[in-house]
Design a protein around this ligand. Structure first.
Ligand code: V47
Length: 380
């Protein structure tokens, strides 16, 4: 451990090397240490213990079937009111058409998350999933955040567990991790007061896990939250993941920190904030997550929000998954994301190879579909 410059990291490093769990205070210290190189190496140790040189990506398509939303989260620049010129709202048949417009052979994951539309009847949702499964049986549908599931349960006047069961029967494969924001109630009240509560978000994921569905978890950081609140968020997820692993044999696939995009939303305006998160804040956050969330298979570096260059660097900071090709994305781009709308499969492979890692194409269930070689001397 002579590579650690911060002596206070020594007991923490000893635990990481022994595969032991960190306490809350130890996790918090990872946010405070100035030995960033030491932090990076600890996160990489943990990542390599789980996955060796492998880095996963997916050939994917994103679709937001409506941006109409009545919730009013202050960080959101995506939502529109009904009747606004920039509002869109696809019928189930139009959703199938839109998928057709964006379709490329080889895409396996269809990731959908959208606004809380005030008027669609409950039947709209299972009909959409069934229509997609019939038209594109090769697509695995990862859709509906826990916030949307809560919204559907109100519309359907059914418990969230029944909503999940019926969507699963219609063909829903997995749930994305959106809508988590920050669980700490102080922050949630300020940024997402009309949306699913923290305990509800967690219990809906627990219900999905009980049905054998795998889900993801996100954390929206870089606005008004403290470092304790970031770690508290991860701590609640670690506890739920323990429970799901014990009771259902599986739970979350990936944790995805979402860097706050500061354009076109009232939260940024009220804070007078125009800066994006800094690169080292993004990297530190990923590293802390990799070390603290010892029961999560993957930490995802989300190139849409932190850019593809930093995502490539993040492969040394604990990241083992870089999401996918995406095709078209509107939530982050509405809020000022400067990344491209899509990346090619070749681009993702090259990004991983040039970090001297092994690219692995996965599907929405994290089945390994194909491995690509490590970079050779001759590769560009
Ligand atoms: O739920 C909204 C967030 C989420 C902003 O599960 C913002 O694999 C930053 O959940 N700045 C949607 N974030 C995206 C999402 C996601 C992304 C990638 C992978 C997965 C997965 C899930 O985006 C929303 C909200 O938390 N968001 N506005 C903003 N201004």
């Amino acid at each position: 451990m002579d590579w650690l410059r911060d002596p206070q990291l020594h007991p923490i490093a000893a635990k990481v090397e022994a595969g032991e769990r960190l306490s809350f205070e130890e996790g918090l210290y990872l946010y405070q240490t100035r030995d960033l190189n030491g932090l990076m190496r600890l996160a990489n140790l943990q990542k390599e213990r789980l996955h060796g040189d492998k880095v996963y990506f997916v050939h994917s398509m994103r679709l937001e079937f409506t941006n109409i939303c009545y919730v009013g989260c202050t960080f959101c620049a995506f939502a529109a009111r009904k009747g606004e010129e920039r509002a869109w709202d696809y019928s189930p048949a139009e959703v199938v058409q839109e998928v057709g417009r964006r379709y490329l052979p080889g895409i396996t994951e269809l990731h959908m998350s959208s606004g809380h539309h005030p008027n669609h009847p409950w039947e709209y949702y299972p009909e959409m999933v069934r229509g997609l499964r019939a038209a594109y049986p090769e697509l695995q549908i990862k859709a509906f955040t826990a916030a949307e599931i809560k919204h559907l349960s109100k519309i359907a006047r059914k418990p969230t567990l029944d909503v999940l069961r019926e969507l699963q029967a219609a063909g829903l494969a997995a749930m994305p991790g959106g809508g988590a924001e920050i669980f700490a109630e102080r922050v949630r009240r300020a940024v997402a007061k009309n949306k699913v509560k923290s305990d509800e978000w967690l219990s809906i994921h627990s219900e999905a896990h009980s049905l054998g569905m795998r889900t993801n978890a996100t954390m929206l950081y870089g606005h008004i939250e403290t470092l304790e609140e970031r770690l508290d968020h991860m701590d609640r997820l670690r506890t739920l993941q323990d429970d799901s692993l014990t009771r259902f044999g599986g739970g979350f696939h990936a944790f995805i920190p979402l860097a706050f995009q500061p354009m076109g939303n009232t939260l940024a305006q009220n804070l007078g904030k125009t800066e994006y998160t800094t690169g080292l804040d993004d990297l530190r956050n990923l590293a802390v997550a990799r070390i603290y969330l010892d029961n999560f298979p993957h930490i995802k570096g989300y190139w849409v929000m932190i850019g593809s260059e930093l995502t490539q660097v993040s492969l040394d900071w604990g990241v083992s998954d870089i999401d996918g090709t995406i095709q078209e994305e509107h939530i982050a781009h509405a809020a000022g994301a400067t990344s491209p709308m899509r990346l090619s499969e070749e681009g993702l492979i090259r990004m991983i190879q040039h970090a001297d890692r092994l690219p692995v194409l996965r599907d929405a269930y994290y089945n390994e579909l194909q491995q690509f070689p490590l970079r050779t001397e001759a590769a560009d």
